[in-house]
Design a protein around this ligand. Structure first.
Ligand SMILES: [Zn+2]
Length: 283
């Protein structure tokens, strides 16, 4: 069994076919990210999860306010999130974090306070967080001017240290795109590294080096569908079934079989989210 640990399912017009293809490709579970198109639709992934709980692939969900929507983290939105977070099919809070890439993103203090408030909600319900971290390294000159003085990774790891580490709870660095040092610090903070389609791109040599060497009990694979389709499907609309290509690529980097990688990423997902393992599968 393979698990897509991060996909956005809200906007497929042909979702039944997408899920059928995921099933055919051997996927047993999906984690649908509940950020919606903004806070007012962050419940949609959970609705899908409930509707698809008895079928394969099982859909599990998260809920959260993306850093690009941080200016909309009103008290009402946070209250709704706190309620969604208690849903048994909600495994995690996310994706949350920092995005210093787009010029029109909310100001840094706005992003940081939404991130901190959501870590608090996750801590209250005792569930992991799913992190989105995007630096300004490759941003436009104007966005660089707005955000470049600060390093998103430094800010992120500091906020995690100040507001999360004491909970003892784990988390996921989604679409991990940092360097070796950021990977090591993330692992030391108790996080799992989730690799997406961009690990297959020829220029991603730094991410590939991390994917080759990260501890086998701390890695996951994901699509981030509908974005970031892996090679050989790069440029197409991504979908959960395509996680097989990313898993194949990462297993080759690590010199193990695709089946071994599927086994370890599936057991890592279960370790992170025991609630996702049915009683009959638990040992
Ligand atoms: Zn995402």
């Amino acid at each position: 069994m393979l698990i897509d640990s991060h996909c956005h399912l809200d906007n497929y017009e042909d979702l039944p076919e997408v899920l059928a293809r995921a099933h055919q490709a051997g996927l047993g579970k999906l984690l649908a990210i509940g950020i919606g198109d903004g806070p007012e639709t962050m419940h949609r992934a959970l609705e899908l999860a409930h509707a698809h709980s008895e079928r394969t692939p099982e859909i599990w969900a998260s809920a959260g306010i993306h850093p690009q929507e941080a200016h909309r983290a009103s008290p009402e939105a946070m209250a709704r999130l706190a309620t969604l977070a208690q849903d048994p099919r909600c495994l995690a809070i996310g994706e949350i974090g920092l995005d210093y890439y787009h010029l029109d993103n909310p100001e840094i203090p706005v992003q940081q306070s939404a991130f901190i408030a959501q870590m608090r909600i996750a801590a209250e319900v005792g569930k992991p967080i799913i992190i989105h971290c995007r630096t300004s390294e490759l941003a436009t000159p104007a966005a660089k001017a707005k955000f470049a003085a600060v390093d998103a990774w430094e800010d992120l790891l500091r906020l995690i240290r100040e507001h999360w580490t004491s909970t003892g709870l784990p988390g996921i660095m989604h679409c991990f795109s940092g360097n070796q040092q950021q990977a090591e610090r993330s692992l030391a903070a108790g996080f799992y590294l989730s690799f997406a389609g961009n690990v297959t791109y020829p220029k991603s040599t730094v991410i590939q080096a991390v994917a080759a060497s990260a501890p086998s009990d701390r890695i996951l694979v994901e699509t981030d569908a509908p974005f970031l389709a892996p090679i050989p499907l790069r440029g197409k609309t991504n979908e959960p079934a395509f996680v097989t290509h990313t898993a194949q690529f990462v297993s080759a980097l690590r010199g193990i079989s695709a089946a071994q990688l599927a086994d370890s990423t599936t057991s890592n997902f279960g370790a992170l989210f025991p609630a996702s393992i049915s009683v009959s599968q638990r040992v």
